[in-house]
Write a protein that binds this ligand. Structure first.
Ligand code: SAH
Ligand code: SF4
Ligand code: F3S
Length: 450
């Protein structure tokens, strides 16, 4: 660790984050690295000494947004401001980004953040660099993250991905899968709990394939769930093929593990799934859902679905709709297929391309199906009582946003409650997707969760 500069005011860094929670977590690590090197966090880009844009490459739209944003941010640069691009798009484009955006002097992929302070110093001396080597040992285990959330903590337990879904850029941008040492994860969770955080979310691209030093994901759930003060334990995203009986038994047996699983399905058609190289059939996905539901009463499921994957016929799409209806997802992230340079899907015959109008119509139909199903179920839940954790103040004045263990959003009157509080509420209304709730017990009378 380098000493804090004793001379003039501390240098400031502004980080803007796009993409998934892995990126949010990486931004917390970057901020940790830079804080240790004497930097201070700036709340906005204006006048910051360093501006970092932590990017996503998952769909073309994600990248065009960042390119636009880089242009806008240029206006906030003062003389001497260093502009850096990090994350998945940085990894994917490397030096090409330096050519494309002359005001960018640093391009750093996900395994290169340790070198940030030195690279920034180099940039100050006029060097422009692209750092895109993978480091299979890198977990930033000694870096103290500076967290943006005071109620829950995102804990990376695995980096990279060894699956090769044919549409996906992540194996290219994040490199091979590696799991972080179990003792190290538990140490971080313990330190987090000591700061008063009661909910942790374990992160990995296929998080339940976690395996290291003879430990699997079941061991990890048991170890993290046993940490004093941890009342809610979640994880994202699991892969259906990695839900071993051991993992499901640990989920059922560890009280902190919440009754919600985000289980990306991608498609309800075995033929589409095969072209996607998801490595499961429709039946195997249904079987996974059934095993989870049998073990965990009241389990809520959410998912990711792609429409318009090359070769997706009307019949295949109909199977996705029927799967969504049969399973009854509480919510879904729905995407139109986006061709990513270098992925196997881009080498499929062009006649398999699904026209954009068709993909758009399928997306609309899918969203209507998901919303319709969850609306009916949510209406049926009015009057239920749930423990909620208050996450933050709501946009609606005088209200707080809280969450049930099964991941429903509940707006409650502020009434002296604060982020971090647990209370029991009765669900009194629903928009179809989110709820309003009324407290039914005082904080003092609360049963302890977990
Ligand atoms: N590792 C996670 C997913 C990470 S990406 C998993 O396997 O579940 C998040 C979601 O983006 C994916 O689940 C998928 O639905 C979507 N996605 C990924 N690549 C895409 C592409 N090329 N076009 C459209 N959606 C894509
Ligand atoms: Fe991408 Fe598939 Fe890996 Fe998820 S499992 S990150 S979709 S390659
Ligand atoms: Fe996440 Fe986007 Fe990278 S979804 S892993 S930030 S490509």
């Amino acid at each position: 660790m380098r000493p804090t500069p004793m001379t003039d005011a501390r240098r400031t860094v502004y980080i803007e984050t796009y993409g998934c929670q892995m990126n949010v977590s990486d931004s917390e690590l970057m901020l940790g690295t830079l804080t240790a090197a004497g930097y201070e966090q700036a709340e906005g880009p204006e006048g910051a000494d360093v501006i970092l844009v932590n990017t996503c490459a998952i769909r073309e739209h994600a990248e065009t947004r960042v390119i636009g944003r880089l242009g806008e941010l240029k206006r906030h640069m003062k003389a001497g401001t260093i502009m850096g691009v990090t994350g998945c798009m940085a990894q994917r484009l490397g030096p090409r980004l330096l050519d494309q955006a002359r005001h960018v002097s640093l391009v750093i992929g996900p395994d290169g953040y340790r070198a940030l302070p030195d690279l920034i110093d180099g940039a100050r001396n006029g060097q422009r660099s692209a750092v895109t080597d993978f480091d299979l040992e890198e977990h930033y285990q000694d870096v103290l993250p500076i967290r943006g959330d005071r109620v829950k903590a995102w804990i990376p337990v695995q980096r990279g991905c060894d699956y090769r879904c044919t549409y996906c850029i992540v194996p290219t941008t994040r490199g091979p899968e590696r799991s972080r040492d179990l003792g190290d994860v538990v140490r971080e969770v313990r330190a987090t709990a000591e700061q008063g955080i009661t909910e942790v979310i374990l992160l990995g691209q296929t998080v339940n394939s976690y395996r290291t030093g003879g430990h699997d994901f079941a061991d990890l759930l048991r170890a993290v769930g046993a940490v004093d003060g941890i009342k809610r334990l979640r994880f994202t995203s699991p892969h259906p093929n990695d839900f071993s009986d051991r993992v499901i038994a640990a989920m059922a047996g560890v009280p902190a593990v919440c009754e919600h699983v985000h289980l990306p399905m991608q498609s309800g058609s075995s033929r589409t799934l095969k072209r996607m190289l998801r490595r499961y059939t429709r039946e195997e996905y249904f079987d996974c859902v059934a095993r989870l539901r049998a073990a965990i009463p009241g389990l809520a499921l959410t998912t990711d679905v792609i429409v318009g994957f090359p070769g997706e016929t009307d019949d295949e799409f109909a199977e996705t709709i029927s799967a969504v209806e049969a399973i009854g997802f509480e919510d879904a992230f729905t995407f139109k297929f986006s061709a990513r340079e270098g992925t196997p899907a881009t080498r499929m015959p062009t006649e398999l391309t699904v026209p954009d109008e068709v993909a758009s119509a399928r997306l609309d139909q899918l969203i209507t199906t998901v919303r319709g199903g969850s609306r009916v179920r949510n209406l049926g839940r009015l009057g239920e009582r749930h423990e909620v954790l208050v996450e933050r103040t709501a946009k609606r004045g005088g209200h707080l946003m809280a969450r049930t263990r099964d991941f429903k959003t509940v707006l409650i009157p502020a009434d002296g409650y604060a982020p971090g509080d647990y209370l029991t509420v009765e669900l009194t209304g629903t928009t179809g997707s989110t709820f309003t709730g009324a407290p039914v017990s005082s904080r003092a009378a609360l049963p302890m969760a977990g």
